[in-house]
Design a binder for this molecule. Sequence first.
Ligand code: ADP
Ligand code: MG
Length: 417
Amino acid sequence: MAKLTVRDLDVRGKRVFMRVDYNVPMEEKDGQMAITDTTRIVETLPTLKLLIEKGARIILAAHLGRPKGKREATMSLRPVGFKLHELLGVPVEFADDCIGAHAEKIKSSLKDGQVALLENVRYYNEEEANDPAFAEKLAQNVDLYVNDAFGAAHRAHASTEGVARVIAKRGGKCAAGLLMERELKFLGDELENPARPFVVILGGAKVSDKIKVIDRLLEKANTILIGGAMAYTFKLAHGEKVGKSLVEPDHKQTALNAEAKAKKLGVNFQLPTDVIVATAVNTGKLNKKGKPVMDFTNIHTVKGSIPDDAEGFSIGEETARHYANIIAGAKTILWNGPMGMFEDARFAAGTNTVAQAVAEATQKHGAKSIIGGGDSVKALNKAKLGDKVTFMSTGGGASLEFLEGAVLPGVAALSDK
Ligand code: ADP
Ligand code: MG
């Protein structure tokens, strides 16, 4: 069912509690926390500008990191407040506690078009527990609810779900922000009746992570292209040798079932015909996180069996070209999961060829291309093609759950149109 959006709300003079995803990456610099990537803040600006223009009194709530119910100074949202002020061009009041007297004072003093940011909601365990009394406190002195945090919508927490329920119960409206609206449009509506051919590209590490998505998309797609480590579980299920590749032996049957379903539904289900393999060697060094640093020797392409001492790290060139040809004819493309371990340049070519094909289909043939999944978005940005596709989800885990067809609690709590 279509959800109310900020466009539908009459907000003038009203206090709007707006949940945003300001879980930005930070680094300590000269004893202070500095934001290293402001994307998530920038993405909320259109909704904020619209609300300001419409005369709302905006109270922003967000979480940062995992403070586990304690006031962790390194996880304060104060630097986000400063950055937001800079990017938005209007002052942003900061409440150093998301509930209580100071927050209430700020809420009461807001004038039309003014903005306040509340301190990290996860300073309270009640946030993740979706504690009703805590939700009541957050909702105090608030008239309307807006959720622009798609990336947190798969969790039923107090600020993503509980507050909306409290406000709705009082007769207040709960709406999607513009960013949330776009996510629901591209990951939802656009895929309900896609222009055809509809080509789905699925990769990433595990079949088990993606099986629900495969299962659901088998019912919609014309073609499914499989890549990434997930392909090796299919290989294993066919009785082929996979060497030391990342596989899930417990999911051999899952893989076979997916193929059988594809056959039954007439979906063109493609598996890689060549693989880039390498032998991993421990360098004896540890990285910053204390994990062993691996190096790779004897990198080469194989068709068929993977040698016992080798491990698959990407689709090969033949597969990549074959997939690119199919993608060139697509009218709708959904991509979730990289085609290989793209983080290492030696295994990025297959992912990059596919990314290039998706960008070209979009730019030259007017295909609609939708990218879901945190690492897929990273891969596209790394290839500098992020702005050449129709839509990149900001959702990470939430986009995967949404593509599986799950009802996200943060979306369910919004008012229907
Ligand atoms: P997304 O975040 O887009 O949903 P996933 O999290 O499912 O994607 O998978 C991404 C990860 O899978 C990447 O870190 C990538 O290195 C890894 N990966 C992909 N192919 C392989 C492979 N052949 N071997 C090992 N890891 C792989
Ligand atoms: Mg991922």
